[in-house]
Design a protein around this ligand. Structure first.
Ligand code: V3L
Length: 85
């Protein structure tokens, strides 16, 4: 994450950057070669699946979003639901 890359999850018409803490957790798991990473977001548990590159809500797996690791300079909607304006 100091290498110009960031983690993103998909919104309706663009990508949101993950918050700093979650990004660090994703990056650590990814760098260790783990296949998934458990995330706590606003009191909800999610699984980030690095094979499928999906974020899946634990208690309702139908709630899923694409994720990606990409350059921090890509167009994005904001960070963790906080819109850039
Ligand atoms: N970080 C922050 N909020 C999240 C995350 C996350 N990793 N995952 C889900 N949510 P679901 P548009 C998103 C929020 O997947 O207009 C955006 O951050 C999610 O917020 O069904 O569609 C925006 O705040 C949603 O509110 O479990 O691009 C909002 O959607 C809620 O958890 C609208 O974005 C349920 O997501």
């Amino acid at each position: 994450l100091d290498d110009g890359y960031q983690w993103f999850y998909e919104g309706r018409n663009g990508w949101w950057q993950y918050d700093e803490r979650t990004s660090r957790e994703l990056e650590a798991a990814y760098k260790k070669g783990e296949r998934m990473c458990e995330l706590l977001v606003a009191g909800l548990l999610y699984i980030a699946d690095f094979d499928a590159m999906l974020q899946i809500r634990r208690n309702d797996p139908s709630r899923r979003r694409r994720i990606k690791r990409d350059l921090s300079t890509i167009p994005k909607k904001g960070v963790a639901g906080l819109r850039f304006e």
